[in-house]
Write a protein that binds this ligand. Sequence first.
Ligand SMILES: NC(=O)c1ccc[n+]([C@@H]2O[C@H](COP(=O)([O-])OP(=O)(O)OC[C@H]3O[C@@H](n4cnc5c(N)ncnc54)[C@H](OP(=O)(O)O)[C@@H]3O)[C@@H](O)[C@H]2O)c1
Length: 327
Amino acid sequence: MRYTTIGEGERALEVSTLALGAMYFGTRTDEATSFAILDRFLEAGGTFIDTANNYNAWVGGHGRESEDVIGRWLAARGTRNQVTIATKLGAAQKDRSKPLSSTPPHNYQGLSAQVVDREARESLRHLGVDRIDVLYGHVDDRDTPIPETVGAFGKLQAEGLVELSGISNVATWRLAEAHAEARRQGVAPYAVVQQRHSYLYPPPVPPRTNWVNADLLDYAAAGGVDGRTNVTVVAYSPLEQGALARDDKPLFGGSDSAGSRARIRELRAVAQELGATPSQVALAWLMGGEAPALPVIGPSSLDQLEDLLGAADLDLPAEIRERLDAV
Ligand SMILES: NC(=O)c1ccc[n+]([C@@H]2O[C@H](COP(=O)([O-])OP(=O)(O)OC[C@H]3O[C@@H](n4cnc5c(N)ncnc54)[C@H](OP(=O)(O)O)[C@@H]3O)[C@@H](O)[C@H]2O)c1
């Protein structure tokens, strides 16, 4: 396992370059399997765990199952100080009588000061911790003024309840505005940005601001230069929910295109030549290279996790990377 630093100065945290996504823990993935996956991830050197306050409401849960499972695992194993826990708020159901949708109308809670404060304290309770290491706004909220949201995260940090803040599903220009606002208010800026990102190209149609794009990678590369904010790019759905490796999993959310299918063919061919699996090559492609990203993997079994851990120390030869990039 390799490690990297997120955040800066006194708030810097060292985390594994693979994060474990807990989205289905306690709903699709039962508690015993979730515990086994968490145990093995930690044993392999993994330290970064990713959850949210709405996992996994869309498969019938109430939304806090994943945080609850992690909380019980931390208590049962006494592992609180060995891991960095990230959770998210703002995309749980605002009106419980209406469905949660990822396309407008969203029915999301949003990122008002009131929601940020209330939901963060609820996450502390469900996780059973006294500090959230990384707290994300789950989906950017364009109806709440940026100063209000940035100030609300800053207040939780000043109280010592949150170490680092982050934002997910956001346009790069909105992230830049939030960073400028944090500097104005003298609060710690968003240190991590979590977007959908994989070996496939982002589709040129909405919800394109949910994806990593060249603009965001360029913005992140400029971090730390001339006083600019350092920001780590975190990649969700890095395996396209399994579609990179398996034909039984459909391409989703706008990624089904001739270009995607050509990339998948090349990924699988390269994997075979290297004696690796397509998932391992896809993760190594994200972690290596000039514009690295930190993938959040979502295994639903120990076998899947074991496969994905094989990517932790995999370096792609330069000519292989060139071939993959050329498609
Ligand atoms: N910020 C956001 O808006 C956002 C959105 C989505 C996810 N996330 C985070 O990102 C994490 C990962 O997301 P994701 O589940 O979409 O990611 P993913 O890693 O792209 O997909 C996970 C799925 O891929 C399949 N899979 C996993 N390992 C495999 C392997 N070794 N070989 C073949 N298939 C494999 C499994 O499907 P089966 O279970 O069907 O076998 C698994 O459910 C989540 O847990 C969550 O923490 C964040």
